[in-house]
Design a protein around this ligand. Structure first.
Ligand code: HEM
Length: 426
């Protein structure tokens, strides 16, 4: 990211002969991602980084192929459907809590813990449990696959040929082979016993293009399952990792969150109504995603020439929407680096441009799992903080590392400390 993008509305530069435009002005972001969405495609960087694993699934596809897939799965994310998924989210958080109770000395690697928790949620909610899939190996495979994607993107930006070896490439390929073959087994099993579960797998098996009547091939279903597993678990996990990191550094804010959780749940098992009432907890998670947006950058490629504000954009130009920089932009936020959940009080939100904050993207390609992720994160925080504090074992500041997602640069070890004053039922 060019450093000027933290203060300028837009930055133009040329790398390896290709023009790149970085947009930080919310007005320009709105024009690009919302008004001119039909003139933009996901582009080569995304295809090279994620295509080998996610094929032409919802996140990576363009045009009509994207559109009918989006329509096919939209119903799975309706409000009433999401409410039904809450118990699975709470159960997954409880399994994490149990694990924490037996962690030697209470020491945990918070990133690993949150990845396990959100992975558990996605497999339970989207695939009705994992069937016979080796969940730990799948989780490791995703990590192995995503690790070298920073390289893939850097090389794509420099126009380097795709076949060029780079660190982690072989491991990443093995990881993809394992992931895809595990999911093919799930689909074969489902085709044998159709209709016994109402989840994303069933929806994908039944999806039909309204115009052509075409249904998805096994490869397309695998593309989408992997898309949901990857897009849905790592992002939410990282949002939670940064939330715990920030809470451990701001005990006064942690105390407010815990007080709210106790007042709203009264120590009882967390329900959908509780989650809806946890306003401050939601503000804390939102603010953590402002400072550390799990998906820190969005890219698009112009399909044809068009005008963007005062700028002429030529076909083939790559547009970057640096969410990380927008969320800390000097012209949009006061003291941008300060952790302050009150920024998300409704009155303050109304005073800002809608696209000054966009952890889930914008326009027709906005995250389909947005409401799912918010509900899941608040539920997990509520369950885990009902019983314990999470203290940072590494006092130094943790810098974020930008891959496809925004990870802590190092292992973040934390200590679970059982709460002395917890509500009786917790
Ligand atoms: C805190 C958690 C999450 C964050 C920060 C996040 C962020 C994003 C962003 C920024 C995009 C837009 C990418 C672009 O425009 O190029 C996106 C798309 C997407 N997300 Fe999420 N996401 C999260 C959770 C989830 C969950 C839980 C699911 C599924 C259960 C999910 C599934 C998807 C899918 C399928 C897309 C592609 C949508 C399309 O192109 O039509 N995400 N996400």
């Amino acid at each position: 990211m060019p450093p000027e993008i933290f203060t300028e509305p837009a930055v133009f530069n040329r790398i390896a002969g290709r023009i790149r435009v970085h947009l930080a002005d919310p007005v320009l972001v709105h024009e690009a991602l919302v008004k001119n969405a039909h003139l933009l495609s996901k582009g080569d960087d995304v295809r090279r980084a994620l295509g080998p694993a996610l094929g032409q699934g919802l996140l990576t596809a363009d045009g009509d192929h994207w559109k009918w897939q989006r329509q096919s799965v939209a119903a799975a994310f309706r409000h009433d459907k999401l409410q039904q998924l809450l118990p699975s989210m709470v159960d997954a958080a409880r399994r994490t809590q149990k694990r924490w109770n037996t962690a030697p000395g209470g020491h945990i690697d918070i990133a690993h813990e949150m990845m396990m928790t959100t992975f558990d949620v996605i497999v339970e909610t989207m695939m009705s449990g994992g069937h016979d899939v080796d969940i730990h190996r799948v989780e490791q495979s995703i990590t192995d696959y995503l690790k070298p994607t920073g390289w893939t993107i850097a090389l794509a930006m420099l126009g380097v040929p795709e076949w060029l070896p780079h660190p982690g490439r072989r491991k990443a390929r093995l990881a993809v082979d394992y992931l895809r073959s595990s999911l093919v087994k799930v689909i074969i099993e489902r085709r044998r016993h159709p209709g016994d579960r109402a989840d994303l797998v069933s929806m994908l098996l039944e999806a039909k293009d309204p115009e052509t009547g075409r249904m998805m091939t096994d490869t397309e279903i695998v593309d989408n399952l992997l898309t949901f597993i990857t897009a849905g678990h790592e992002t939410t996990a990282l949002g939670l990792v940064w939330t715990f990191y920030l809470l451990s550094r701001h005990p006064e804010i942690e105390a407010k969150v815990i007080a709210e959780i106790d007042a709203v749940t009264d120590g009882q098992p967390v329900t959908a109504d509780h989650v809806a009432g946890l306003t401050y907890t939601r503000q804390v998670f939102s603010e953590a995603m402002r400072l550390y947006p799990p998906a820190p950058i969005i890219t698009r490629t112009a399909l044809q020439d068009f005008r963007l504000g005062e700028h002429d954009i030529a076909a083939g130009t790559v547009l970057y929407v640096p969410i990380y920089a927008i969320h800390r932009h000097a012209s949009l936020w006061e003291e941008p680096d300060r952790f302050d959940p009150s920024r998300f009080e409704p009155e303050k939100v109304k005073q800002r441009h809608r696209y000054a904050y966009m952890p889930f993207g914008a326009g027709p390609r906005v995250c389909i799992g947005n409401a799912f992720a918010m509900m899941e994160a608040v539920a997990i925080l509520a369950v885990l903080l009902q019983g314990a504090h999470v203290r940072n074992k590494t006092p130094a500041t943790m810098e974020p590392l930008m891959r496809v997602t925004l990870r802590p640069e190092d292992r973040l070890m934390m200590q679970v400390v059982p709460r002395q004053n917890k509500s009786p039922a917790a």
